[in-house]
Design a protein around this ligand. Structure first.
Ligand SMILES: *Cc1c(COP(=O)(O)O)cnc(C)c1O
Length: 368
């Protein structure tokens, strides 16, 4: 690869293809695959990722909010798009843009029915979300009668799917809890299906669910983090390829004498001579202050170099003492050579947060 000469997020669409095929191999050929592209496709580029997933034959996409779905439609994405967490104010826009809402409460459900009727809809596809233990969003078992009564004669919508979300699919010590969520979903969804007169799709697995509970794949699975190359466990990480690599460059090297300091508030001081390198990436790019002061490390010519001092808005300084490097050399903040999982864990956070935090200021480049 040619050197990039500035801070970029390199997005490897071949890695996405590999991850997609790997995750698909974990489920039955007839099971549908929904690619989760919320939050700029986990901090990468939702349009590029959605286009690639569309070309690979994914069945569905999901975003969190309506505006994210509108951006995909405006870019020409044709796949059905599930909006996981819409608000009432955006329902008319959703219908205009053919975006399918997750309906998760009596109030949201009733209000969508009113707007769909006003806009003259027939059989508009909607998805009902059930809370089976995450206690975040979703109808409960107690709402089933309300749902069935409300649907009576309401032909402006058609239930496209029933779904739920696991609270701890990556944590096998919570297996009993997960199994109880699956049972609860089975119970609620069977009741609804027996009364509806048609068969909506059912789905409940995220990436770790696909890996750990394939028996609960039902008609569709919803994968996000796995598509981007992370499996929430070391054995799976080995089979997946990181899609995003955050690359930067050494802008300047300084020889730091004993008792000199580096950075704001003089947070780094050494009593021995050091060599520091300054990189054009900071907290405004998504590398938060929690990575400063030797917590996070980056990859310089095959060696790990700790971030020293406080992370600035537009820069970090790293300790390259003993590492052969020069101004202009490429540095990998995270990616294939140095995983985002490792960097995130060093600061006691998760890959999801590190990836989705990469700001829109960082230029995206693509390997097609
Ligand atoms: C974000 C999200 C997913 C994707 O989860 P991953 O762990 O990234 O695979 C699936 N379903 C719902 C409801 C989500 O909010």
């Amino acid at each position: 690869m040619a050197k990039v000469g500035e801070t970029v997020l390199e997005i490897d669409l071949r890695a996405l293809e590999h991850n997609y095929r790997y995750l698909r191999s974990k489920i039955d050929p007839g099971t549908k695959f929904l690619g989760v592209v919320k939050a700029f496709a986990y901090g990468s580029d939702s349009i590029a990722i959605a286009k690639k997933l569309e070309s690979l034959g994914a069945d569905y996409l999901a975003v969190a909010y309506t505006a994210e779905g509108v951006a995909l439609r405006n870019a020409g994405i044709k796949l059905p798009i599930l909006v996981l967490h819409p608000q009432q104010v955006s329902f008319a826009t959703m219908i205009e843009k053919c975006l399918e809402p997750s309906l998760y409460s009596q109030a949201i459900f009733s209000s969508f029915l009113i707007i769909a009727k006003e806009l003259g809809q027939k059989n508009y596809p909607v998805h009902l979300k059930f809370n089976t233990g995450l206690n975040r969003l979703g109808f409960g078992e107690k709402d089933v009668d309300f749902i069935l009564d409300t649907l009576e004669g309401a032909d402006q919508v058609k239930i496209s799917s029933l779904f739920s979300h696991l609270a701890a699919s990556e944590d096998l010590s919570e297996k009993d809890f997960t199994v109880s969520q699956i049972r609860q979903f089975e119970k609620i969804s069977s009741t609804i299906m027996s009364k509806l007169g048609y068969r909506p799709h059912r789905h409940m697995l995220n990436t770790s669910g696909i890996i750990n509970y394939p028996e609960a794949q039902y008609d569709m699975v919803r994968s996000g983090i796995g598509l981007y190359g992370y499996g929430n466990e070391a054995a799976e990480d080995k089979k997946l390829i990181p899609v995003g690599t955050l690359k930067t460059i050494i802008s300047q090297i300084h020889q730091i004498e004993p008792n000199e300091s580096v950075g704001y508030n003089r947070a780094f001081v050494s009593n021995t001579p050091k060599v520091s390198a300054t990189l054009p990436v900071g907290h405004a790019d998504g590398i938060g202050r929690q990575y400063g002061n030797r917590i996070g490390q980056v990859w310089v010519n095959g060696k790990l170099a700790p971030i020293i001092g406080n992370v600035c808005m537009d820069m970090i300084m790293i300790d390259v003492t003993g590492i052969e490097c020069r101004e202009g050399d490429e540095v990998i903040v995270f990616g294939k050579e140095h995983s985002a999982e490792q960097l995130a864990t060093s600061a006691k956070t998760i890959t999801y947060e590190l990836l989705t935090g990469i700001s829109q200021r960082v230029k995206r480049i693509y390997i097609a």
